[in-house]
Design a protein around this ligand. Structure first.
Ligand SMILES: O=P(O)(O)OC[C@H]1O[C@H](O[C@H]2O[C@H](CO)[C@@H](O)[C@H](O)[C@H]2O)[C@H](O)[C@@H](O)[C@@H]1O
Length: 245
């Protein structure tokens, strides 16, 4: 079911992969349409700045794809917060050596060259999208990494498993963003496509807002849309109606 409209005083919280852009073969191959950049600027203006990306990606990856994004970015599953291009705050208290994690993951994945290791500043991800039959192998390898790194946790993603600081998730990211001045007192609406988005859906619905699940799969979100194209069209219609009204 598609929501009839957005609340007048909405805070828009948006996931990136699978929600604003289509899922791609590899993380670096995500494609940002020029219309998306323009849409995000208009949403930022229409919400008086209450626009945030809430992503499993790290902030610098999101700024690479959306260099002019005007809103707030909560990255790395809520362990990072960036209010603008000049600021980046991290919240974990761990001593993380990303190069060592990357090397370790590469060694564990070495028997299967189709596994992709994604370097992340606060962890590492192992992707098996190129060969989904390697899911169990990846799960086992990442369990090995988890056992070696106290304070870290595993986060399943689409055709991937990520090691990242424990105690962080998108529900915490939503709570942190909603406490910022531009967001406080507004009705949070969250759109996401993945399992890792479900805690965020729960958090916004607990706060009187609603979630929108993008694509197939079980979800506690009150609403659903087929794909990023459907979400984009719905947001554009809301922006157009705002101008007309
Ligand atoms: O929270 P998100 O913004 O949705 O980010 C979640 C993870 O997305 C990326 O991986 C996923 O998208 C890739 C590109 O479409 C795809 O190739 C991969 O299979 C998906 O799992 C990203 O690479 C991760 O770091 C994010 O945590």
């Amino acid at each position: 079911m598609i929501p009839a409209q957005l609340p007048a005083n909405v805070a828009l919280l948006l996931d990136f992969d699978g929600t604003l852009v289509d899922i791609a073969a590899r993380p670096d191959l995500a494609v940002v349409a020029p219309a998306l950049t323009e849409r995000l600027h208009r949403l930022y203006q229409r919400t008086d700045g209450a626009l945030a990306l809430i992503s499993g990606r790290h902030v610098s990856s999101l700024r690479h794809f959306l260099p002019d994004f005007p809103g707030v970015i909560a990255g790395s599953h809520g362990a990072e917060l960036s209010l603008d291009a000049q600021t980046l705050e991290t919240f974990h208290g761990l001593d993380i050596d990303p190069a060592a994690l990357s090397q370790e993951a590469k060694e564990l994945a070495a028997p299967h060259p189709s596994i992709l290791i994604e370097d992340k500043p606060l962890g590492v991800a192992m992707h098996y999208r190129a060969d989904p039959s390697l899911q169990s192998f990846v799960e086992e390898a990442m369990q090995t990494m988890l056992a070696r790194h106290p304070g870290m946790a595993l986060q399943p993603a689409k055709m991937a498993l990520e090691l990242h600081p424990a105690g962080f998730g998108k529900d915490g990211a939503v709570a942190r963003v909603m406490s910022l001045p531009a967001f406080a007192g507004r009705v949070p609406v969250y759109a996401g496509d993945d399992l890792m988005d479900e805690p965020a859906m729960a958090e916004v619905q607990k706060r009187g807002g609603f979630g929108i699940k993008i694509g197939p799969g079980d979800s506690i979100a009150r609403y659903r849309m087929d794909d990023p194209v459907a979400l984009a069209a719905w947001l554009d219609a809301w922006l157009a109606a705002s101008v007309a009204g």
